[in-house]
Design a protein around this ligand. Structure first.
Ligand code: CA
Length: 278
Protein backbone atom coordinates (compact mmCIF):
# COMPACT_ATOMS: atom_id res chain seq x y z
CA UNK A 1 0.00 0.00 0.00
CA UNK A 2 1.14 3.47 -0.80
CA UNK A 3 2.45 5.17 2.30
CA UNK A 4 0.02 8.00 2.44
CA UNK A 5 1.20 9.35 5.72
CA UNK A 6 4.00 11.09 3.86
CA UNK A 7 1.64 13.94 3.12
CA UNK A 8 1.50 15.25 6.66
CA UNK A 9 2.45 18.92 6.59
CA UNK A 10 4.92 19.15 9.42
CA UNK A 11 5.91 22.68 8.57
CA UNK A 12 2.47 23.98 9.35
CA UNK A 13 2.89 22.75 12.86
CA UNK A 14 5.69 24.86 14.20
CA UNK A 15 3.40 25.56 17.10
CA UNK A 16 4.03 25.07 20.73
CA UNK A 17 1.30 22.92 22.09
CA UNK A 18 0.89 21.72 25.58
CA UNK A 19 -1.11 18.65 26.15
CA UNK A 20 -2.42 17.23 29.31
CA UNK A 21 -1.52 13.61 29.46
CA UNK A 22 -2.85 11.08 31.81
CA UNK A 23 -0.45 8.91 33.74
CA UNK A 24 0.09 5.54 32.15
CA UNK A 25 -1.70 3.85 35.00
CA UNK A 26 -4.99 5.42 33.93
CA UNK A 27 -5.11 3.28 30.84
CA UNK A 28 -7.10 0.19 31.52
CA UNK A 29 -6.84 -3.03 29.67
CA UNK A 30 -9.45 -3.67 27.05
CA UNK A 31 -9.69 -6.92 25.13
CA UNK A 32 -11.25 -5.12 22.17
CA UNK A 33 -8.11 -3.40 20.96
CA UNK A 34 -8.26 -3.37 17.15
CA UNK A 35 -4.56 -2.67 16.80
CA UNK A 36 -2.47 -5.72 16.05
CA UNK A 37 0.59 -5.98 18.27
CA UNK A 38 -0.04 -2.54 19.77
CA UNK A 39 2.25 -3.42 22.67
CA UNK A 40 5.10 -4.37 20.29
CA UNK A 41 5.53 -7.66 22.06
CA UNK A 42 5.92 -9.15 18.57
CA UNK A 43 8.44 -6.56 17.41
CA UNK A 44 7.37 -4.83 14.19
CA UNK A 45 4.64 -7.36 13.29
CA UNK A 46 1.61 -5.55 11.88
CA UNK A 47 3.35 -2.20 11.53
CA UNK A 48 4.63 -0.19 8.61
CA UNK A 49 7.56 1.81 9.80
CA UNK A 50 10.15 4.37 8.90
CA UNK A 51 13.22 5.00 11.02
CA UNK A 52 12.12 2.63 13.72
CA UNK A 53 13.68 -0.18 15.71
CA UNK A 54 12.05 -2.71 17.97
CA UNK A 55 13.91 -3.79 21.07
CA UNK A 56 12.67 -7.38 21.38
CA UNK A 57 9.30 -7.63 23.12
CA UNK A 58 9.37 -4.07 24.35
CA UNK A 59 8.28 -1.02 22.36
CA UNK A 60 8.92 0.86 19.13
CA UNK A 61 11.89 3.17 19.14
CA UNK A 62 11.33 5.86 16.53
CA UNK A 63 13.95 8.45 15.68
CA UNK A 64 14.01 11.15 13.07
CA UNK A 65 16.88 13.17 11.71
CA UNK A 66 17.12 16.62 10.16
CA UNK A 67 15.77 15.28 6.90
CA UNK A 68 13.85 12.10 7.72
CA UNK A 69 10.89 11.76 9.98
CA UNK A 70 9.91 8.50 11.60
CA UNK A 71 6.69 6.63 12.11
CA UNK A 72 4.93 3.46 13.16
CA UNK A 73 1.75 3.09 11.14
CA UNK A 74 -1.01 0.50 10.86
CA UNK A 75 -4.11 0.20 8.66
CA UNK A 76 -7.16 -1.24 10.38
CA UNK A 77 -10.37 -2.35 8.69
CA UNK A 78 -13.29 -0.84 10.55
CA UNK A 79 -16.12 1.60 9.91
CA UNK A 80 -16.81 2.23 13.59
CA UNK A 81 -16.74 5.93 14.44
CA UNK A 82 -16.94 5.33 18.17
CA UNK A 83 -13.32 4.49 18.74
CA UNK A 84 -10.82 5.71 21.26
CA UNK A 85 -7.17 5.96 20.25
CA UNK A 86 -4.60 5.72 23.00
CA UNK A 87 -0.87 5.26 23.25
CA UNK A 88 2.16 5.72 25.45
CA UNK A 89 5.19 7.78 24.49
CA UNK A 90 8.51 8.31 26.16
CA UNK A 91 10.53 11.16 24.69
CA UNK A 92 14.24 10.35 24.67
CA UNK A 93 15.73 13.36 22.89
CA UNK A 94 14.60 16.47 21.06
CA UNK A 95 16.05 19.34 19.18
CA UNK A 96 14.42 22.75 19.35
CA UNK A 97 11.49 22.23 17.01
CA UNK A 98 10.84 18.54 17.18
CA UNK A 99 7.55 17.02 18.06
CA UNK A 100 5.82 13.72 18.48
CA UNK A 101 2.47 13.35 16.78
CA UNK A 102 -0.32 10.83 17.00
CA UNK A 103 -3.20 10.62 14.60
CA UNK A 104 -5.10 8.78 11.93
CA UNK A 105 -6.06 8.81 8.27
CA UNK A 106 -9.43 7.68 6.95
CA UNK A 107 -9.84 5.64 3.78
CA UNK A 108 -12.75 4.38 1.79
CA UNK A 109 -12.61 1.93 -1.11
CA UNK A 110 -8.84 2.09 -1.14
CA UNK A 111 -8.59 5.88 -1.31
CA UNK A 112 -8.49 8.63 1.24
CA UNK A 113 -12.01 9.67 2.19
CA UNK A 114 -11.52 13.03 0.49
CA UNK A 115 -9.70 13.58 -2.82
CA UNK A 116 -7.70 16.17 -0.90
CA UNK A 117 -5.45 14.12 1.40
CA UNK A 118 -5.24 17.08 3.78
CA UNK A 119 -8.94 16.59 4.46
CA UNK A 120 -8.53 12.93 5.22
CA UNK A 121 -6.55 12.88 8.45
CA UNK A 122 -6.43 14.34 11.93
CA UNK A 123 -3.70 14.31 14.50
CA UNK A 124 -2.37 15.82 17.64
CA UNK A 125 1.12 16.95 18.57
CA UNK A 126 3.07 16.46 21.74
CA UNK A 127 5.90 18.85 22.32
CA UNK A 128 9.11 18.97 24.17
CA UNK A 129 7.47 20.30 27.30
CA UNK A 130 7.16 16.61 28.08
CA UNK A 131 9.98 15.53 30.32
CA UNK A 132 12.57 13.34 28.71
CA UNK A 133 12.80 9.71 29.71
CA UNK A 134 9.37 9.50 31.26
CA UNK A 135 6.43 7.56 29.92
CA UNK A 136 3.28 9.52 29.16
CA UNK A 137 0.04 8.31 27.75
CA UNK A 138 -2.43 10.18 25.64
CA UNK A 139 -5.83 9.35 24.28
CA UNK A 140 -8.63 10.84 22.27
CA UNK A 141 -11.76 9.69 20.55
CA UNK A 142 -11.36 9.76 16.81
CA UNK A 143 -14.64 11.62 16.45
CA UNK A 144 -13.52 14.46 18.68
CA UNK A 145 -10.08 14.74 17.16
CA UNK A 146 -11.59 14.81 13.69
CA UNK A 147 -13.99 17.53 14.75
CA UNK A 148 -11.19 19.51 16.34
CA UNK A 149 -8.77 19.16 13.47
CA UNK A 150 -11.01 19.23 10.39
CA UNK A 151 -13.94 21.16 11.82
CA UNK A 152 -16.40 18.83 10.13
CA UNK A 153 -18.29 15.78 11.20
CA UNK A 154 -16.55 12.53 10.52
CA UNK A 155 -17.20 11.01 7.07
CA UNK A 156 -17.91 7.32 6.57
CA UNK A 157 -14.84 5.17 6.11
CA UNK A 158 -13.89 1.51 5.86
CA UNK A 159 -10.25 1.68 6.94
CA UNK A 160 -8.44 3.78 9.46
CA UNK A 161 -4.67 4.14 9.49
CA UNK A 162 -3.28 5.01 12.91
CA UNK A 163 0.17 6.31 13.58
CA UNK A 164 2.64 7.76 16.00
CA UNK A 165 5.40 9.78 14.39
CA UNK A 166 8.19 12.23 15.00
CA UNK A 167 8.84 15.33 12.94
CA UNK A 168 11.68 15.66 10.46
CA UNK A 169 13.97 17.25 12.97
CA UNK A 170 16.02 15.38 15.49
CA UNK A 171 13.62 13.55 17.80
CA UNK A 172 13.88 10.23 19.54
CA UNK A 173 10.96 8.58 21.22
CA UNK A 174 9.75 5.24 22.52
CA UNK A 175 6.19 4.29 21.63
CA UNK A 176 4.09 1.58 23.25
CA UNK A 177 0.57 0.40 24.06
CA UNK A 178 -1.13 1.73 20.95
CA UNK A 179 -4.82 0.98 21.13
CA UNK A 180 -7.90 1.65 19.09
CA UNK A 181 -10.90 0.52 21.07
CA UNK A 182 -14.66 0.77 20.70
CA UNK A 183 -16.39 2.73 23.39
CA UNK A 184 -19.88 3.91 24.01
CA UNK A 185 -20.62 7.19 25.67
CA UNK A 186 -23.31 5.49 27.73
CA UNK A 187 -20.76 3.09 29.17
CA UNK A 188 -18.37 5.87 30.07
CA UNK A 189 -21.07 7.77 31.89
CA UNK A 190 -22.22 4.74 33.81
CA UNK A 191 -18.82 4.34 35.39
CA UNK A 192 -18.87 7.68 37.17
CA UNK A 193 -21.35 7.12 39.99
CA UNK A 194 -19.10 8.98 42.35
CA UNK A 195 -16.79 11.75 41.32
CA UNK A 196 -13.27 10.44 41.66
CA UNK A 197 -11.47 13.25 39.90
CA UNK A 198 -11.74 16.96 39.39
CA UNK A 199 -12.53 18.78 36.20
CA UNK A 200 -9.49 18.58 33.97
CA UNK A 201 -8.23 19.94 30.70
CA UNK A 202 -8.16 17.04 28.31
CA UNK A 203 -6.68 18.85 25.35
CA UNK A 204 -5.41 22.27 24.41
CA UNK A 205 -4.19 23.17 20.98
CA UNK A 206 -3.78 26.08 18.59
CA UNK A 207 -6.63 25.85 16.13
CA UNK A 208 -6.71 26.78 12.48
CA UNK A 209 -7.54 30.40 13.32
CA UNK A 210 -4.44 30.64 15.51
CA UNK A 211 -6.51 30.72 18.70
CA UNK A 212 -6.03 28.54 21.74
CA UNK A 213 -8.76 25.94 21.95
CA UNK A 214 -9.42 23.94 25.10
CA UNK A 215 -11.47 20.90 25.83
CA UNK A 216 -12.27 19.98 29.42
CA UNK A 217 -13.69 16.84 30.95
CA UNK A 218 -15.60 16.18 34.17
CA UNK A 219 -17.07 19.66 34.57
CA UNK A 220 -19.05 20.51 37.69
CA UNK A 221 -22.69 21.58 37.65
CA UNK A 222 -21.42 25.14 38.06
CA UNK A 223 -18.24 27.07 38.85
CA UNK A 224 -16.04 25.73 36.08
CA UNK A 225 -13.60 28.61 36.07
CA UNK A 226 -10.74 28.95 33.61
CA UNK A 227 -8.38 31.87 34.16
CA UNK A 228 -5.43 32.71 31.95
CA UNK A 229 -2.53 34.88 33.03
CA UNK A 230 0.29 36.42 31.04
CA UNK A 231 3.90 36.01 32.11
CA UNK A 232 3.66 39.15 34.26
CA UNK A 233 0.84 37.50 36.19
CA UNK A 234 -1.94 39.69 34.78
CA UNK A 235 -5.31 38.08 34.29
CA UNK A 236 -5.98 38.22 30.54
CA UNK A 237 -8.97 35.92 30.26
CA UNK A 238 -11.52 34.29 32.49
CA UNK A 239 -14.69 32.36 32.00
CA UNK A 240 -17.07 30.18 33.96
CA UNK A 241 -17.67 27.39 31.49
CA UNK A 242 -21.15 25.92 31.25
CA UNK A 243 -21.57 22.37 32.44
CA UNK A 244 -22.90 21.18 29.11
CA UNK A 245 -20.14 22.66 26.96
CA UNK A 246 -16.78 22.91 28.75
CA UNK A 247 -14.94 23.90 25.58
CA UNK A 248 -13.49 27.31 24.94
CA UNK A 249 -11.68 29.19 22.21
CA UNK A 250 -9.42 31.99 23.39
CA UNK A 251 -7.95 34.61 21.11
CA UNK A 252 -4.73 35.87 22.66
CA UNK A 253 -1.56 37.40 21.18
CA UNK A 254 1.42 35.12 20.59
CA UNK A 255 3.25 34.36 23.78
CA UNK A 256 3.36 32.13 26.81
CA UNK A 257 0.57 31.99 29.37
CA UNK A 258 -0.33 30.23 32.57
CA UNK A 259 -3.75 28.59 32.74
CA UNK A 260 -5.41 27.92 36.08
CA UNK A 261 -8.75 26.30 36.70
CA UNK A 262 -10.87 26.75 39.81
CA UNK A 263 -14.03 25.31 41.24
CA UNK A 264 -15.45 26.99 44.34
CA UNK A 265 -12.26 28.11 46.08
CA UNK A 266 -10.78 31.02 44.11
CA UNK A 267 -7.49 30.68 45.99
CA UNK A 268 -6.80 27.06 45.13
CA UNK A 269 -6.41 26.07 41.50
CA UNK A 270 -7.51 22.56 40.67
CA UNK A 271 -5.23 22.54 37.65
CA UNK A 272 -2.39 24.73 36.45
CA UNK A 273 -0.37 24.51 33.25
CA UNK A 274 1.49 26.60 30.72
CA UNK A 275 0.54 27.18 27.10
CA UNK A 276 2.27 29.07 24.33
CA UNK A 277 2.31 29.82 20.65
CA UNK A 278 4.96 31.49 18.52
CA1 CA B 1 5.36 -3.03 25.10
Amino acid sequence: MKKRWLIIPFLTLALILVLILLPVSFISANPENLVLNGDFSLGSTGWQTQNAQFPPGEYAWIYSTDSMWSVVYQDISTSNKNLKFSFSIRPIAYDGNGFIGAGFTLYKNGNTVDPDPDKSYAYHNYHQNLQLNEWYSGSFTIKELWQDYQGTSMPDFDTIGVWVETSSTFVECYVDNIKLEPYSEAEEEEVAWIRDREMGCKNVWVNQDGDFQFSFVYPYADNNWVKIYDMAGNLVYEVDMPYDNPNIIVDLPDGTYTVKTFHVDPATPIQEFVIGKP
